[in-house]
Design a protein around this ligand. Structure first.
Ligand code: ADP
Length: 674
């Protein structure tokens, strides 16, 4: 059997032959069939047009003169029904002009009767080829247009995906990332609600800004369950599982979900969530949105892997830091009595690997109470601010030696619920630093001690010389030796100050508190310093009430305190001014004041003057050249060791008053070491 001719087969095609002379039509049909065409015939114009309507033949052969209509009319009908079909007009000699007319009207060719078979065959082949060619061109054009559409869509999608990707790049957390994906989906797929259903946690999240009403939630959970069941059997989601964020749907009219689109999100090839977009309109989601949603899902999966990788990296880094830091770290979740201890802290605290650290153990090793630390950390100061850290020290036994460890406690928050009870402890071994400090203090103490005796001897012999024990002195000699005396005195006071401070630092100095008669101490100090003040034309006035209670103090220390204060009053006052020492009982204390009429101290320096080596002086100003900045720190140290207070008031250009308050002694009190 011959191959069924098809539209696509070149050389073949469908032909309709119309002629009112049946033998002619039959002859034409026979010949064309022999050449492989599919041929249908008609013997009238009307039946021909009808056949054509059904068959839409590629080529119509029609006689110009038919019984019921003319070939030109047939031509017009054919071109109206299917313009792409070719029409060949058959005509006798007499009507050649009409045939030419027909060509003008759109016929593709004409043949004169009687038709020669070779001519017919040639004409049909030519027209058929033209028809097939234009058909193919049309087909190609269609394909090109489709491709162009596809390309346009791809470019549009790519642009969108790029936008999503760049937004995702800056998303920091899972939540933020998903929030973005959901919003993007709602925007781009023209959905009304978008949900991510977490297959593991079995919860669904609504995207922000597209809150659904209860009916819709119910529908959504059905949609989600239907999908989830197929992926992970046993998963169900109820309306309650929706963590809705955003504003509720406006208006009260019942809305409901009409169409939805779901894609699976994969993490390392494993489904972990569903991405569901739903719409209130029933226009449905075009399949291209399905593709697009799949791409978004791919982006979401990539995002997840990225976040996961960065979380893993961060964890890796954090644990590397915690493991390898040279400080001991203890994270305390006191609410649950749980501790996270790094290897250094384990070693400091003597907690072997595998053993849990407990609160009792920690408090025992560090000799402190954590509740007190917490209380101190959470207590606002007078400005309402909380302390950032609290520093303590502890001696810890470590591999047979004692370590001096600095403990820094600071507040931290592990979970949202445990605010105020989580602590971070950083332990630093400062043994070496302390040893160096101790050595420095000891060195200072030794040096000043060694300087003290020869200075005292020099001072003594200068007195003897001035007293004339070694013979009469000339006026000039006397004057020079007096200069030596005042400088040696300065030197010896400096040494005394240094020695006391150094001993205080090394703990080699104890204050012994006894009831002391303050008046006597003040008199001694006044007697020894009056001559010195006199050299500047200054007067020292002691102004005491008739009776002052005994104070509880170390006599030598109080002497040194008052000497330093009066000395400063002398040093930092102009000539011919007055210094007054006053004392008065104030409750259980006695308040002593040393008042001068000197240069004064600006308010911002009132605290700083008690710091070691702090001097508010211009080194070029001759008034301030004497001194090193240790006098007031020593005074403060001594007063504090008495449990007393020291403070000052001052007015620049008018003078300063230094106040010292000390404890009143009880009648029966003997003494106790401070
Ligand atoms: P020094 O007198 O050796 O410098 P001090 O510690 O005794 O060290 O005093 C610190 C600084 O405080 C002094 O340098 C001086 O500037 C200031 N100062 C101390 N006492 C007075 C005072 N009575 N009047 C003005 N300034 C003073």
């Amino acid at each position: 059997m011959a191959e069924e001719p098809t539209m696509k087969t070149p050389g073949y095609g469908r032909v309709l032959a119309i002629d009112d002379e049946e033998p002619v039509v039959d002859a034409i049909a026979r010949m064309l069939r022999a050449e492989g065409y599919f041929v249908e015939t008609a013997t009238s114009g009307a039946s021909g047009v009808k056949l054509f309507e059904q068959g839409l033949h590629d080529l119509v052969l029609t006689d110009l003169r038919l019984g019921d209509m003319t070939g030109t009319e047939v031509l017009r009908e054919v071109k109206k029904i299917h313009p792409k079909s070719a029409v060949i007009i058959l005509t006798g000699y007499a009507t050649t002009e009409s045939a030419v007319e027909a060509i003008k009207l759109g016929a593709n060719d004409y043949l004169t009767k009687p038709v020669r078979m070779s001519e017919l065959s040639m004409a049909v082949r030519n027209q058929m080829a033209a028809v097939k060619l234009s058909e193919q061109i049309a087909l190609l054009n269609e394909e090109v247009a489709a491709e162009r559409d596809k390309l346009k869509r791809t470019v549009a999608e790519l642009t969108l995906m790029k936008r999503l990707a760049s937004r995702m790049m800056s998303a920091l957390s899972y939540f933020e990332g998903f929030e973005l994906i959901l919003n993007f989906l709602v925007e781009e797929v023209k959905a009304d609600v978008a949900v991510i259903y977490d297959l593991e946690r079995r919860t669904a999240r609504l995207s922000a800004n597209s809150y659904a009403n209860p009916t819709e939630l119910q529908q959504l959970s059905e949609i989600v369950n239907w999908q989830a069941e197929a992926i992970a059997p046993g998963n169900t989601c109820s309306v309650g599982a929706f963590e809705a964020t955003g504003d509720p749907v406006e208006g009260s009219e019942e809305t409901s979900i009409a169409s939805s689109l779901s894609v699976t999100l994969l993490q390392e090839g494993r489904p972990f969530a569903l991405l569901v977009a739903a719409s209130r309109s029933d226009r449905g989601f075009h399949h291209k949105w399905q593709d697009f949603a799949n791409k978004i899902a791919q982006e979401a999966s990539d995002f997840l892997s990225r976040v996961k990788r960065s979380v893993e990296l961060q964890q890796h880094w954090t644990s590397a830091i915690v493991e390898h830091t040279i400080d001991g770290l203890v994270v305390m979740h006191l609410a649950s009595d749980q501790f996270l201890v790094n290897p250094v802290a384990r070693s400091f605290l003597g907690v072997p690997l595998g053993q849990e650290l407990t609160l009792a153990m920690l408090e025992e090793r560090l000799s402190l109470k954590l509740s007190e630390i917490l209380e101190e950390l959470n207590k606002p100061d007078e400005n309402g601010a909380l302390k950032r850290t609290i520093v303590r020290h502890a001696d810890l036994l470590w591999r047979g030696q004692t370590l001096y460890v600095r403990l820094n406690f600071s507040r931290m928050q592990i979970g949202a619920a445990s605010a105020g009870t989580d602590l971070l402890l950083v332990m630093q071994d400062v043994t070496q630093e302390r040893n160096v400090e101790e050595m420095k203090a000891k060195l200072m103490s030794n040096i000043s001690h060694e300087l003290r005796t020869p200075t005292a001897v020099v001072k003594e012999f200068i007195s003897l010389i001035l007293d004339g024990v070694a013979g009469e002195l000339s006026t000039a000699q006397k004057q020079y030796i007096q200069i030596m005396q005042s400088n040696v005195e300065r030197l010896s006071r400096l040494i005394e100050n240094l020695l006391t401070l150094a001993r205080s630092d090394t703990g080699g100095f104890t204050i012994v508190l006894r009831p002391v008669e303050l008046g006597a101490v003040i008199d001694t100090v006044a007697a020894s310093l009056t001559p010195k003040l006199a050299k500047k034309g200054m007067k020292l006035v002691v102004d005491l009430p008739p009776a002052i209670p005994l104070i509880y103090a170390d006599r030598d220390a109080v002497t040194q305190v008052l000497t330093n204060l009066v000395e400063n009053a002398r040093k930092y006052s102009p000539d011919n001014t007055m210094v007054t020492i006053k004392a008065a009982p104030k409750g259980s204390r006695v308040e002593i004041a040393v008042i001068d009429q000197g240069y004064g101290i600006p308010p911002e320096e009132h605290e700083a003057v008690f710091k070691r080596f702090h001097r508010l002086v211009d080194k070029n100003d001759p008034r301030f050249q004497e001194g090193v900045g240790l006098g007031l720190p020593l005074v403060k140290d001594l007063v504090t060791r008495h449990g007393g207070d020291i403070w000052l008031t001052s007015e620049v250009g008018k003078g300063s008053t230094f106040f010292v308050s000390l404890q009143v002694a009880q009648e029966d009190e003997e003494y106790r070491p401070a």
